[in-house]
Design a protein around this ligand. Structure first.
Ligand code: GLA
Length: 388
């Protein structure tokens, strides 16, 4: 059952007692194409999904923040003047976001709140970015801060990089803050400008969770990032974004074989992502699907961030006649694939792929057919002015 304002109000009443002042929501995301390009200042094409993190809150007269974490059935609290790591994951995202907002010079007020959500954790659907952006939205409501989604996404990213300690790029927080209903966003991760791109008519985005997990922090993510940055520097470039397909083929001989493959992924993926946005603007699901398949092959063979489970899921999805394209999505090594499917056949597609994946791998999959939703927002406000 999906979460709505009344679910959050009820939970608040049960746990905190009385009425809340605001209900805020920030969505998870699925990336259609443009993987491992954000930290190379390149292009990404994600969309915000129906699954989200919700916070229901009531302002406090002091500077305590008390949060009921539904997933752990526990209250956690901290004082805004005395934040220290508690070693409990959800509250670290709340504290980290508070810390990053204060670093930015915002004066924060305390609140009591309930935190709940339905973004699966560690599945590559950005549950942590959704949590950070939802918490930023909650603080903005309680402390009467101006809501600039791009600025808030950067603050949420700083919480993740510096408080939680994961060196992610900007994609996840940015799409959670800026998502647009029925659209993906082509984001330029250098300028942080984005262009809404409509989903082609008659297609559905289907998220295929392999049921396998691999943490980002202990993965090869930082290693890949490092290789990209040092190659850009050795070429005298600010980032791999500045390397064209032609310039790379002229200079590939300067790189060792492994580095050349890593860089080829990033350069090719940037080009594919821009082509994918153009295909979507023309309503061309076939071309978009083809580009997704090429992206998967490049992540599997050149960037080497896929896994057996992800490859199996993608292969099974592509065998279905209703499927335009499929690929791993997010950082990789486990988690989810994403498929583009004929709308009328989406339910049948989900059933067939689940059955075949289970039989082939023994893993238990989960499938989410999803539309594109709006980024972080206040869905209920007791104040007359909902922006307050
Ligand atoms: C994770 C990171 C993002 C991005 C993707 C790979 O989701 O949080 O910043 O780098 O991996 O595209």
């Amino acid at each position: 059952m999906s979460i709505d304002v009344s679910t959050v109000e009820r939970r608040f009443q049960e746990q905190a007692g009385g009425d809340l002042d605001w209900v805020v929501r920030a969505p998870g995301r699925v990336n259609l194409i443009g993987e491992h390009t954000d930290y190379n200042e390149g292009f990404v094409l994600p969309m915000a999904i129906e699954r989200a993190v919700w916070v229901g809150l009531r302002r406090r007269p002091d500077r305590w923040v008390r949060v009921y974490i539904t997933a752990d059935s526990q209250w956690r609290e901290f004082h805004l003047n005395a934040m220290r790591r508690q070693g409990n994951t959800p509250i670290e995202y709340v504290q980290g976001t508070a810390w990053a907002l204060r670093e930015e010079g915002f004066d924060l007020r305390g609140w009591d709140g309930v935190l709940l959500g339905d973004v699966p954790i560690g599945a590559g659907l950005s549950s942590s970015a959704a949590l950070e952006v939802a918490v930023a939205r909650a603080f903005a409501a309680a402390s009467n801060l101006p809501w600039d989604p791009v600025r808030m996404a950067l603050i949420a990213q700083r919480a993740e990089n510096r408080w939680v300690g994961v060196q992610c790029g900007i994609m996840d927080q940015l799409i959670s803050a800026c998502g647009k209903e029925d659209h993906a966003l082509l984001i330029d991760c250098r300028s942080l400008e984005s262009r809404p791109v409509p989903l082609p008519a008659g297609v559905k985005v289907v998220i295929l969770d392999t049921g396998t997990r691999r943490g980002l922090a202990d993965s090869a993510y930082n290693e890949r990032r490092q290789a990209c940055e040092s190659t850009a520097a050795s070429f005298g470039l600010k980032a791999l974004r500045d390397l064209s397909v032609e310039a790379l083929s002229a200079r590939a001989g300067e790189l060792d074989e492994l580095t050349a493959r890593r860089v080829r992924h990033v350069v090719g993926e940037n080009a594919r992502t821009q082509l994918a946005a153009q295909a979507m603007e023309k309503g061309d699901a076939e071309s978009l699907g083809r580009l997704m398949v090429e992206s998967h092959a490049s992540l599997r063979d050149d960037y080497e961030v896929s896994s057996q489970a992800l490859n199996a899921m993608v292969e099974i999805a592509l065998q279905q006649p209703s499927c335009y394209g499929a690929r791993m999505t997010g950082a990789g090594f486990g988690g989810c694939a994403v498929a583009l499917v004929q709308e009328a056949a989406a339910t049948q597609f989900a059933e067939n792929v689940s059955r075949e994946y289970r039989a082939k791998t023994g893993n238990e999959p989960a499938v989410y057919i999803t539309g594109a939703t709006a980024g972080a927002s206040v869905l209920f406000s007791r104040d007359a002015d909902p922006a307050a």
